[in-house]
Design a binder for this molecule. Sequence first.
Ligand SMILES: *Cc1c(COP(=O)(O)O)cnc(C)c1O
Length: 455
Amino acid sequence: MKIPYKIYLAENEVPTQWYNVRADMKTKPAPLLNPGTGKPLTLEEMQPIFCTELIKQELDNDTKWIDIPEEVLNFYRMFRPSPLVHAEFLEKALDTPAKIFYKFEGNNTSGSHKLNSAIAQAYYAKAQGLKGVTTETGAGQWGTALSMACQYFGIDCKVFMVKVSYEQKPFRREVINTYGASIIPSPSDTTNVGRKILAEHPGTTGSLGCAISEAVEVATSTEGYRYVLGSVLNQVLLHQTVIGLETQTALKKFGIKPDILIGCTGGGSNLGGFVSPFMGEMLRGEADYKIIGVEPASCPSFTRGKYAYDFCDTGMICPLAKMYTLGSQFIPSANHAGGLRFHGMSPILSELYDEGLMEARAYEQTSVFSAAVQFARAEGILPAPESSHAIRCAIDEALKCKETGEEKTIVFNLSGTGYFDLYAYKNFNEGTMNDYIPTDEEIAAALAKLPQVKA
Ligand SMILES: *Cc1c(COP(=O)(O)O)cnc(C)c1O
């Protein structure tokens, strides 16, 4: 059977259940801890912050398949199934015997996979009878996805956007406005924590950690509101498994067996969702794949971090997660344009990596952007800088095949498009982009501030 350039599934082949990889893991990811008591967080303790059904998903290590609510499936129809593309043009440009495929998650207005989880989280908030949700956004993809999802279910959405992005990305802000969310540059004078930070650091341009602190404060102090997060958590990886399940179905249709699966890693949600079903086959002893997570050399959580309990936010108010981390006080260099700036990593992927079930690689941003440009010129799509980390790795693996003559099948997740990252492209195209790799001393200094937890 000739493989088409784009493999589209039929609408009724979109998965109706999410796959919970934790059910197949022998060692479960470590639980979130209450930083006050050092004990695992209970449903009751999390209820003031998170939606109840989402907490249940967070804590559920055993249910292998979880039904996708019909209302969510209905929304998925607007942008799913997403195509699996046979990158024939890239193969030709590289002159490689390898077969390259990519799953394209950028074909919705948020420009990334984040809508897969945003719509699920907005649904559970609505079903619980809440008035609205709060969140933070850095680059803006998550804020956009959540504003679209909340608008669809008719609930309010308050987005705290890191001030520097708010000022540098006015168009991203306008997309969020279009979907009716309120968007507040962080730090702001609308919260106690924001006013405190502004008094201590006048003129600060903000950070993700600060925006999280403000969003959590508003959620916990406003009746009918909860806080939602777009990555890292188990529930988010669960929702993102629609990516991997569709990929698996599409590959099976044409009898394609992947050798290498690749995705970029910020907090781990797109890679986790993409590889979970394949990881499940490995955990059950049915198949073997080489799975690679790709991160920026300027924020190398997997490759240079430590597997330890740490705060998920710079403000040190969120629960403790056991994960590969550079320390919650680690701040990537200001010249870093390529996204994926989170200091930690999904606890699920951290456990799988620790067990040697997946690998990780770190690339410098100029080499990532050169892969982005090569990909854009060959395949037409302008990739997100984040996704371009996966492209860099896929190209390198394909070039290795060219040397050895092996016809490996490489499948990577193209998590999104880069239309709001044109300043970064401009810097790269004009030759003014440079690389920064943190020194061992910098990383050691941030790791020295890890919380003391017996784990
Ligand atoms: C947010 C984002 C990422 C990184 O987040 P993960 O949770 O690691 O997937 C990657 N690619 C795109 C396009 C994003 O918007």
